[in-house]
Design a protein around this ligand. Structure first.
Ligand SMILES: Nc1ncnc2c1ncn2[C@@H]1O[C@H](COP(=O)(O)OP(=O)(O)OP(=O)(O)O)[C@@H](O)[C@H]1O
Length: 264
């Protein structure tokens, strides 16, 4: 009998002198000038930057879906394009299969493709457990159209955790949600990260969200982007909602905001 393999150890990430140019119909777009930073195993790093500075492109390169025109992107020392185990990903829109239930949507990517790992029943048990962790017990058999936008995004977050790669790449997963649901899911994501300790790169336009969730916030400059600054989030690892009003938290959000608005 095949059994589900334990999740892989959370990998470390490294971007060294990464640049990216696109050849479009209107000429060359230099999206990323030169970006270097690393993410430790199990760390949660947020990336913020002006629109069009290449944040999604960086995530695509970390996922091995695109390659840099200069520099290197590696996962545990291996070029990201050569990594066998696909990362967990979540995007602005939850992208669920409408003909599959919440449970099937969470479990499916782990049952097919190069990341397929373990028996169907064990994967479904794990999917069920994750849905419970995000407060969706009782909705396992609901179809996406029967769930609110926030509930669908919870399903997408669970699915990204079941990839077993130990790596979560999240591209503005809360962007399409209302402010209250967004804040609620921020707490959910923090709890999930504390429980599972996946190495996480979280792209967002939300400064408070970035500071609340991350141990470091990488601030990118405008296109062609480089790292404007890295804000170390020197706050207790366990973040509680009350932290949002803490002067130390507010000071950190000001540092990120100032770096974003600094010219150059
Ligand atoms: N496949 C592509 N072909 C041509 N240009 C592209 C391609 N993908 C991205 N770009 C360009 O690269 C730049 C960076 O795009 P990207 O989507 O990575 O930015 P972003 O920081 O995620 O933006 P936003 O915050 O608005 O989502 C943009 O100027 C975009 O037009």
């Amino acid at each position: 009998m095949s059994v589900v393999t334990a999740p892989l150890a959370a990998p470390s990430l490294s971007l060294n002198g990464v640049g990216k140019r696109f050849l479009g119909r209107n000429g060359t777009v230099e999206a990323i000038g030169e970006v270097s930073f690393s993410v430790a195993s199990g760390e949660f790093v947020a990336v913020v930057g002006p629109s069009g500075c290449g944040k999604s492109t960086l995530l695509r390169m970390l996922a091995g879906l695109d390659v840099p025109t200069q520099g290197s992107v590696s996962v545990d020392g291996t070029p990201a394009v050569s990594v066998a185990s696909p990362p967990g990903v979540a995007f602005q829109r939850p992208v669920l299969l409408p003909w599959r239930t919440a449970l099937e949507n969470v479990a499916l990517p782990s049952q097919v493709g190069p990341g397929a790992r373990g028996s169907r029943s064990v994967l479904r048990d794990r999917a069920r457990q994750l849905l419970e962790e995000v407060g969706l017990d009782g909705f396992e058999n609901a179809y996406p159209h029967e769930l609110s936008g926030g509930m669908q995004q919870r399903v997408a977050l669970c699915r990204s955790l079941l990839s077993n790669s130990g790596l979560s790449l999240l591209d503005e997963p809360f962007a399409a949600l209302d402010a209250l649901t967004r804040e609620d899911l921020m707490f959910v994501l923090h709890d999930l990260w504390r429980e599972h300790r996946t190495t996480t790169v979280f792209v967002t336009h939300g400064i408070a969200e970035a500071v609340f969730l991350a141990s470091r916030v990488v601030v990118l400059s405008g296109r062609p982007s480089s790292v404007a600054t890295v804000v170390e989030v020197d706050l207790p690892e366990h973040r509680e909602p009350a932290l949002l009003h803490d002067p130390a938290f507010v000071a950190l959000t000001t540092s990120v905001r100032d770096a974003l608005h600094r010219p150059g």
